[in-house]
Design a protein around this ligand. Structure first.
Ligand SMILES: *[C@@H]1O[C@H](CO)[C@@H](O)[C@H](O)[C@H]1NC(C)=O
Ligand SMILES: *[C@@H]1O[C@H](CO)[C@@H](O)[C@H](O)[C@H]1NC(C)=O
Ligand SMILES: *[C@@H]1O[C@H](CO)[C@@H](O)[C@H](O)[C@H]1NC(C)=O
Ligand SMILES: *[C@@H]1O[C@H](CO)[C@@H](O)[C@H](O)[C@H]1NC(C)=O
Ligand SMILES: *[C@@H]1O[C@H](CO)[C@@H](O)[C@H](O)[C@H]1NC(C)=O
Length: 491
């Protein structure tokens, strides 16, 4: 009688073990997502004015992707692509703007998500920080969409307040007693810690506690999504104006007399807080002996922010620190500066240390990649995800560089709504920021800044034809996000 349960346990662990298993268990996945971090805002991606030694160390112990993409040039659609494996030509959520009643659009029951699939494949799943894909009582709420544990911000708008009166713990509101004023101000944090709760620290602390829980249940693999709300601009003044980065302190940069306060804060939130937190988490993984069986992904949800600041103290500019590096544009643009992500993957024992890869891939590839790692390739095969697993690239092999990566997006600049599309195949990219404008063509290998438009030139007919085919093929009309200037739904 004693034998049967033991056999059963053995069977279960075999069922969960995959090609990539360590000690009979598929690897853990830790996704660290930055909010509006520019392509040029890590020192490993060229930043000169401040530094990110811990994130750089992550890159040095894994693979640094120079040509990886987000899902979209703004938050909600980008995160939707990340969670569903569908690009913005097929996704349900293609912009930040919510429903007519002002609430965020939410994922529906039939929008399959990565955490749902991992949960049904034996993973523990948790999310700390920003969700933005479904409010509490909707089909898109995090606990409905596959997270065993959630603590953070449900909607985009509240996430701008980094000193909120409450956060959501699963489906319940949990008060933050340090933030009692209706318009919490970071000044209160700076006065001798008199009380104030800053979301960056709270999200990080909750992730730390959950990593400790996970280490205590070593037989169960986990997926943890730590979704910070910085360096995104945030609001804290009495008028709720977005000040830039309302960090508790300008830290190492408080004495940079030539820098506007908003830029001191910007450098500080990245170097003194986000990078520090990455350091704390990497050390914790070591201490908990989780490093070898935890794959760490680091990325940003879209390009550099050019928002926040006050008239009296100056506005944040993405040019101040060359936040997009050599790339053109920033958040909200379909030029590379809006959609490329400084992406890093560390996978001990599989990814060689210190590799730099220019393989082009995007957020839609994250879901199939992680499912392959989890041993659920069959799930990928039986669904029509847009993405492709990049596991072969992580293993040091080649991937398909000639598949196309697709983006569409509607901007609203001074009331003028323009619908654009971008597509990349190999080294080439076609882009238009308006449905009325001609497609521009760039060779990103030779011209990463997208300065020399090759459209209409000699010898590009074939590649242009392939790019156009992809643009037409990958866009499926959406009632909620109609295509075309003027009629599109701007974010
Ligand atoms: C998903 O569900 C919605 C209703 O919430 C429905 O309108 C839509 O057609 C469904 N899509 C698919 C692909 O089944
Ligand atoms: C959140 O949604 C759940 C499910 O609909 C509901 O039971 C709960 O009351 C909601 N919580 C709040 C604080 O609105
Ligand atoms: C919020 O701040 C108060 C005052 O400093 C502190 O007592 C409380 O523990 C903090 N809450 C969290 C969740 O960090
Ligand atoms: C992690 O793996 C490396 C080799 O890949 C090995 O040297 C080290 O001892 C392992 N650490 C633990 C805690 O198992
Ligand atoms: C930004 O880039 C330009 C051109 O490469 C360079 O001259 C300038 O010094 C850089 N500025 C900063 C703050 O890194």
């Amino acid at each position: 009688m004693m034998r049967q349960p033991r056999l059963f346990v053995l069977f279960l662990s075999l069922a969960l073990s995959t090609t990539f298993s360590v000690a009979g268990k598929p690897p853990n996945i830790l996704l660290l997502l930055s909010d509006d971090l520019g392509y040029g805002e890590l020192s490993s991606f060229g930043q000169q004015s401040f530094s990110t030694p811990n994130i750089d160390r992550l890159a040095a112990s894994g693979i640094r992707f120079t040509d990886a993409y987000t899902g979209a040039p703004v938050c909600a659609p980008s995160r939707g692509v990340l969670m569903t494996g569908l690009h913005t030509g097929h996704a349900y959520i293609r912009g930040n703007n919510g429903n007519a009643d002002g609430t965020d659009m939410h994922l529906r029951a039939n929008d399959t998500t990565l955490p749902e699939l991992l949960q049904s494949n034996g993973y523990h799943t948790s999310l700390f920080g920003k969700w933005g894909l479904g409010f509490n009582d909707t089909e898109g709420a995090p606990n409905v969409k596959g997270f065993d544990k959630f603590y953070g911000e449900l909607d985009q708008a509240n996430a701008h307040n980094m000193y909120p009166p409450f956060l959501w713990r699963d489906t319940e509101k949990e008060d933050l007693i340090g933030n009692v004023e209706t318009k919490p101000s970071r000044e209160r944090c700076m006065v001798a810690n008199s009380g104030c709760n800053w979301t960056h620290d709270i999200f990080t602390q909750n992730a730390i506690e959950e990593l400790e829980n996970r280490a205590a249940e070593p037989e169960k693999p986990f997926f943890m999504f730590l979704s910070w709300t910085d360096p995104h601009a945030g609001g804290y003044t009495t008028t709720n104006a977005e000040t830039g980065n309302p960090v508790p302190s300008a830290g190492d940069f408080a004495n940079e007399a030539d820098w506007p306060a908003v830029e001191q804060d910007h450098a500080s939130v990245i170097q003194n807080y986000q990078d520090d937190s990455v350091g704390v988490i990497l050390k914790l993984l070591d201490d908990l002996k989780l490093t070898n069986d935890t794959i760490v992904f680091f990325a940003s949800d879209n390009g550099a922010s050019n928002e926040g600041g006050l008239p009296e103290t100056g506005f944040h500019s993405y040019n101040f620190f060359n936040s997009s590096g050599l790339l053109t544009g920033c958040k909200r643009s379909l030029y590379e500066g809006g959609i490329r992500s400084p992406t890093i993957v560390r996978w001990p024992g599989v990814v060689e240390e210190g590799v730099v890869s220019d393989f082009p891939w995007g957020f839609e590839d994250f879901l199939p990649t992680v499912l392959e790692i989890a041993g659920a390739e069959d799930v990928v095969k039986s669904n029509n995800f847009d993405g492709t697993s990049i596991v072969p690239v992580l293993q040091g092999g080649g991937g398909d560089r000639d598949r196309c990566l697709y983006f569409e997006f509607c901007t609203n600049i001074n009331g003028v709504k323009s619908w654009g599309q971008a597509v990349r195949i190999g080294d080439y990219k076609a882009v238009t920021l308006s449905s009325e404008a001609d497609l521009e063509l760039y060779n990103l290998r030779k011209d990463p800044s997208e300065q020399v438009n090759l459209a209409g030139g000699d010898g590009v007919e074939e590649i242009m034809g392939n790019l156009k085919d992809c643009l037409e093929r990958e866009h499926v009309d959406s009632e909620d996000f109609p295509k075309g200037d003027g009629v599109c739904r701007a974010s």
